[in-house]
Each structure stands twice: as structure tokens, then as C-alpha cells.
Design a protein around this ligand. Structure first.
Ligand code: FBP
Length: 306
């Protein structure tokens, strides 16, 4: 397989990585209906951990079965599927070689009052299960953020040394942030930048809102304005925070909502130069046919010339 010029260019951003890691980034970028475009759609299914089984799967009981998600991601022509250890072990053998996978190495749950995650899988698990990348969630702003960064440093160094890629979910939360702060533009850009600083190959953040949260940042944004009312401009600002667009950055889908509302976000991500979407609940909580239609519509947006 020849890489497209677009993917070759993206790999040049990761010049210090070994051929194994570059090959795994290429594998993700060259798979599915967006292969070669530099855009991605990924299915993440760790919500069972994050929110519990019924909140995650009762809307579409077929989704209790880990095989359902592999199958959905493959049928939809997605770039990759991400999950924690249990669901990956339950189906990775059956679907070996069918789609790149990302093993989520740490997990939180809704029964905890702390903003922390436990490491629930290892880099050797990722290798054993044929994964292309490890996934790790950082909570910038949490009381445990520095321990989390140190865990990431160790797992990331190990993953890179054996040729895996690193995908970092960077979700601001903690005592100084309220709900507005968690997705404010300055905070989202800060979180994306921290993920880049800690060596992520692929960065995952939530789409930012119009809010600017930190007083110190407000002054900077007044003298260097971003058109916060324009969703694409907000995305472009996040892309800039990811080493001037030299790191892949994807945006999450959030709670289930109307297809049109999700597609509005996707159009903004596309127009703002984001590399794609990582859409979980909006895919697997819909009946399969509806999910496939929505994922096809998302892919069509990313295929449109900007
Ligand atoms: P969704 O598309 O379902 O939002 O999935 C993206 C994701 O990052 C999941 O990987 C994770 O479980 C979830 O969001 C966390 O969502 P929240 O921060 O709303 O609890």
C-alpha cells in the first residue's frame, strides 16, 4: 500500500518516532472510508466504565455485546475502535486484522468522587491484542493531574519503545473548574496543548464553547481575539494549540442528540481544520441502521473539499 501525500506529510510531524509507531499512525489514517484523507472517525466505547452499563447501553441493548462495536466500526468504515481491556479481550481475536484498535489503559467510573483514573491495562496487553495504539485519559485541573501525567509518561515511553501510537483524551476537570470552565475555549486549548506537550500522537478533546474562563487568559484573548461566536474559528484555535496543527486532534461527540446538531459540530471541526471525530454514544445508542446512516453522513462531511 502506498501512503497518500497527505498521510506522508502527517507522518513527517512525528519525525522522532520509530517506524513501528509511524506505521501504526499510518494504519489508522489509511483505514476505512476516510483512508488517506488525513481525517478520521473513531468509535470509542469506554462509557460502560465512565457512566455505567444501563446509562451506556440500555438505549440499544445490542450494544451490551462487545462484538457489536467492532462490527459497527468495521461496517461503517471507521478508522479505529477504542475500548478498555475487557471488551477488547472479548472480541479482538474474532476481529483480528479487521480494524485498527486503541486499548484504553486507564479508566474512571461514576461511583468515584475523585477526579482520577485507575490504570486498568498494560502496554503488553495492547501488543498481545494487536492494538495500534494505547489510549490514556488526562484530567488537567484535577488534584491528581500530576500523578496522571507521570503515569502517562511511563506508559507512553513504553508504548513508543515498542512501536505503538499514543492517543490522549484530555478532559479538564477538578476543583477550580465548573461545568462552563471544563469546555471553555481557553481551557480546551490548554488541555489540548498539555496533551501535545506530554507527547500524544493523537489528541482528543471536547469541542470548545464560546466561554473564556481564566481571568488571566481573558486579557490575552482581548488583545489577540478569536471569533468565539464562530464554531470553526474555535476549532482552528484548538488546532493551533496542538503545535500549530502539527499534531492530530479529534473531537468527541458527547451525549446522544439530534443528528443535525452533531453534524453541525462535525462541519465546524472540518472547516476549522480538525482531524476528525471520536463519536461513541451518538453512534452506539442509536439503532444500528440509524447509527450507520449518521456515521456515513459524518464521513461525507469529512470527504468534502474545504
Ligand atoms: P462520546 O462520543 O460518547 O462522548 O465518547 C467520547 C468520550 O470521550 C468517551 O471516550 C468517554 O467515555 C466519554 O466521552 C466521557 O464523557 P463525559 O466526559 O461526558 O463523561
Amino acid at each position: 500500500m502506498r501512503l497518500t501525500p497527505k498521510v506522508q506529510d502527517i507522518l513527517s510531524w512525528y519525525d522522532s518516532d520509530n517506524p513501528g509507531t509511524k506505521g501504526n499512525i499510518a494504519r489508522i489514517l489509511m483505514t476505512g472510508k476516510l483512508a488517506g484523507t488525513g481525517r478520521m472517525v473513531i468509535l470509542p466505547v469506554d462509557q460502560g466504565f465512565e457512566h455505567g452499563p444501563a446509562r451506556s447501553f440500555a438505549a440499544n441493548p445490542a450494544a451490551y455485546d462487545p462484538r457489536y462495536h467492532f462490527d459497527l466500526a468495521i461496517e461503517a468504515g471507521l478508522n479505529a475502535y477504542a475500548a478498555p481491556l475487557g471488551p477488547m479481550e472479548a472480541a479482538a481475536g474474532t476481529y483480528a486484522g479487521c480494524i485498527p484498535t486503541i486499548l484504553k489503559l486507564n479508566s474512571s467510573n461514576s461511583l468515584s468522587t475523585t477526579k482520577d483514573q485507575a490504570v486498568t491495562a498494560t502496554v503488553s496487553d495492547a501488543l498481545r491484542l494487536g492494538c495500534s495504539a494505547i489510549g490514556f485519559t488526562l484530567y488537567p485541573g484535577s488534584e491528581y493531574q500530576f500523578e496522571m501525567m507521570e503515569e502517562l509518561r511511563e506508559l507512553s515511553a513504553e508504548a513508543k519503545s515498542v512501536g505503538l501510537a499514543v492517543v490522549t483524551w484530555s478532559y479538564p476537570r477538578g476543583p477550580m473548574l465548573d461545568k462552563v470552565g471544563e469546555t471553555a475555549l481557553d481551557i480546551a486549548a490548554y488541555a489540548a496543548h498539555i496533551a501535545a506537550l506530554t507527547g500524544a500522537h493523537i489528541i482528543k478533546v471536547k469541542p470548545p464553547t464560546e466561554a473564556i474562563f481564566l481571568d488571566a487568559a481573558k486579557k490575552t484573548y482581548q488583545s489577540n481575539p478569536v471569533d468565539v461566536t464562530d464554531a470553526a474559528a474555535r476549532i482552528a484555535h484548538i488546532v493551533q494549540a496542538c503545535f500549530a496543527g502539527r499534531r492530530l486532534v479529534v473531537f468527541s461527540g458527547g451525549e446522544s442528540r439530534s443528528a443535525e446538531s452533531l453534524l453541525d459540530d462535525v462541519r465546524a471541526i472540518h472547516a476549522g481544520g480538525g482531524n476528525g471525530s471520536i463519536v461513541g454514544r451518538n453512534a452506539f445508542q442509536r439503532p444500528r441502521a440509524e447509527a450507520l446512516k449518521l456515521l456515513a453522513d459524518i464521513i461525507e462531511v469529512y470527504k468534502t473539499p474545504v
